[in-house]
Design a protein around this ligand. Structure first.
Ligand SMILES: C[S@@+](CC[C@H](N)C(=O)[O-])C[C@H]1O[C@@H](n2cnc3c(N)ncnc32)[C@H](O)[C@@H]1O
Length: 454
């Protein structure tokens, strides 16, 4: 199977996938931390560690800024969205928010509480929809939100299955979600610079291996085409790229590799951008995630592959590990993401139906009635559990929509901009709420490897 199929199977298979079985998100107790009584960041770390101990039995655990700094982090997000809404849409349009991958439902709760308290007339016009892949977390979200905000709709679905069109202006939140989106692996022939696509193979003894073939997957091909259009360089040194003689010399060295290093390319992220274009034509995206990671496996743009052993996270060196037992997550190059996003939004969506059929790697026009049309046999087990049905639509967002921002953040000609975590929070958060006794502010100082696209 293609590497993205393997990753997706490992993470999302309904029978044994990591999201279905293992994932738990660290949840403080309901009372927020009183940061003003915490001495310094060392003591704050100790508080986090102590609360972690309660989760000893869990195999996998995330701790996200939403949870660590609740409700203040969620309120900063709310402030950002409501400023934009008031400037551009109120009172003519409802305040429509979609959130994918809502975890424990904490962000939704904090945003809606904030609106209810500070902007009641906006709250009355708010429609909040969660799109969540994990059944466990869907239950948790419904339970958490039911009493205070019964109007929230929680849809148990992968965003890659989303098929409903939202014609109205809306905000689309993806906080700490895209890092788990599957990637493909490509390598370049060092002689010809032709790209090859990676597969994971498994033999009769259950041993994994990788192999490479010429490019024939439409999604990988379209990613490579897009990156060429955007002028994003290949991960091969310019000298090597531009001097065939140098490449030939190198290739003649004994034991020289014939393929470049593995490069992980965000093919599912490209699917997300197309879903946004086709189904949320007037959306405004707010996306946050890791821009860099340590302890990654070897390769370019490579992920962290880790699991919890006796209460300690252990990172390993390969993605070829027991499916479902490991978290696999990637850094996002936000500057490239922004370029891709803007380009995709500026294109009509005619080709989307073809490209969005993710597992039909060898057949550009998939036959849904033939389960084996997919490159992953296990996909048939989960009744389509991770394929995206997309109907083509000719609608596109006006590229100029969203140029101006109520934010006060510097927004140039682009529709969207990239911000560092601290930069975003300095603009929108009530920072006084998370200051420690010695003046440190963990909400600003933690997550230095996180960025926002807005
Ligand atoms: C790391 S958690 C982040 C949770 C929350 N946003 C936060 O910041 O606390 C990732 C979330 O994304 C969900 N998720 C992952 N892939 C998804 C997909 N394809 N469609 C919808 N939800 C997805 C997971 O189940 C989980 O709720």
């Amino acid at each position: 199977m293609l590497v993205r199929d393997f990753i997706e199977d490992s993470l999302y298979n309904p029978n044994y996938g990591y999201f279905s079985k293992q994932a738990t998100i660290f949840d403080w107790d309901e009372r927020p931390v009183d940061f003003s009584v915490v001495r310094d960041s060392v003591e704050f770390d100790a508080v986090v560690t102590k609360r972690y101990a309660a989760y000893e039995a869990e195999r996998q655990l995330w701790h996200t800024p939403t949870e660590l700094f609740k409700p203040w982090y969620g309120e900063a997000i709310a402030q950002c969205l409501v400023s934009e809404y008031l400037l551009k849409y109120f009172p003519y349009e409802d305040f429509i928010i979609y959130e994918i991958g809502a975890g424990n439902g904490t962000l939704a709760m904090n945003i809606l509480d904030f609106l209810h308290r500070h902007y009641p007339s906006v709250y009355d016009r708010t429609r909040y929809t969660i799109i969540e892949i994990s059944e466990n977390l869907v239950q948790k979200q419904r339970q958490k939100l039911r009493r205070s905000h019964p109007g929230v709709q929680v849809v148990h679905q992968s965003i890659f299955h989303w098929g409903t069109r939202e014609p109205a202006p809306c905000f689309f939140l993806a906080m700490e979600v895209v890092d788990n989106f599957a990637h493909d692996v490509i390598r370049y022939d060092l002689d010809t610079l032709q790209p090859y696509q990676g597969y994971v193979t498994i033999d009769s003894k259950g041993e994994f291996d990788t192999m490479y073939t010429q490019l024939n997957d439409p999604l990988i091909s379209s990613f490579i085409e897009l990156r060429q259009k955007l002028g994003h360089p290949l991960p091969i040194s310019p000298l090597f790229r531009n001097l065939p003689i140098l490449r030939r010399l190198y290739r003649n060295l004994p034991f020289a590799a014939n393929l470049s290093r593995e490069e992980y390319i965000p093919t599912r992220l490209l699917n997300l951008l197309r879903t946004l274009r086709d189904h949320f034509p007037r959306h405004r995206l707010l996306l946050s995630d890791f821009s860099s990671l340590s302890d990654t496996i070897p390769g370019v743009n490579a992920p962290v592959v880790q699991t919890r052993v006796q209460n300690t996270m252990v990172a390993c060196e390969t993605i070829l590990v027991h499916q479902g037992a490991f978290d696999i997550f990637f850094p996002t190059n936000f500057e490239r993401l922004r370029d891709m996003y803007e380009y995709v939004l500026s294109q009509p969506s005619t080709e989307s139906a073809r490209i969005h059929q993710p597992y039909v790697s060898l057949d550009p026009i998939p036959d849904r009635s033939t389960p084996l049309a997919s490159s992953v046999q296990s996909v048939t087990l989960g009744a389509d559990f991770f394929s995206s049905h997309q109907s083509p639509s000719l609608n596109r967002r006006n590229p100029l929509d969203g140029v101006s921002s109520a934010s006060g953040l510097p927004v140039g000609e682009r529709m969207s901009s990239v911000f560092k975590h601290a930069e975003f929070l300095e603009t929108y958060a009530d920072l006084s709420r998370t200051v420690l006794r010695n003046g440190e502010n963990p909400m600003l100082d933690f997550y230095k490897n996180v960025k926002f696209l807005f």
